[in-house]
Design a protein around this ligand. Sequence first.
Ligand code: MN
Length: 263
Amino acid sequence: MINVLVTNDDGVFSEGIKALAEAIGEVAHVMVVAPDREQSASGHSLTLHHPLRIRKVRDHWFTVDGTPADCVNLAIHGLLKEAPPDLVVSGINFGLNLGNDVTYSGTVSATFEASLQKLPAIAFSQEVAEGFSFERAAGFARLMVGKMIEDGLPERLLLNVNVPADPYTGVAITRLGHRFYRQTVVEKRDPRGRRYYWIGGVPEWETEEGTDHAAITSGRISITPLHLDLTDYHGLEGFDGLTRELDQAVKQADDDDSNASDA
Ligand code: MN
């Protein structure tokens, strides 16, 4: 059996990670290393300015007083150094992680960190609405991971899986959708009259076929392959003119400097 590291951003005591660890435990050796408290929307942050502690909760279950990315790091380079994981799975998150939200998501960022450490990784997130079930989502995760283990895990694997609340009507391979918020910051006054702000608002999605959002709204499970190369390859050409001008200006300034110091 392969070794699977299970983590999340909702914290080690959340229902979603319990369902996921138990389900994956039927097809692999599972080790859980997860934040000791909720770390949702922590993104891909690493804790570098204070020490981290690992605490054993029970056999094969550990908590870290840090972020999901901390957990993946400590697991790979510390706790599981002798028997490193073959796969990292994250979730099952309480709530979807679609489109632009993936960079905020601690659930997905745990898989980004795994990918940087050259490990295959899958994030699972559950739509929270009437009728949703972590058990059903965990059953799908076991089916999916079980099949992938049978077929042999590809070397480069970074998948973002979102599961609808309704009974599943199918599975779709998707691209990230685009979200926009109508209103994002609410300004209020605290009891001392000082302003405070609350980031929020009602998310709205562009309704485009082929996106993760479109799959979920039609009751399908969405699987989005991701990669961490954020380079805009179209943009490389678009900046040719500007780059040439800046390049000349920098070289000219350098020449002027050396002329000045010669004088
Ligand atoms: Mn979360």
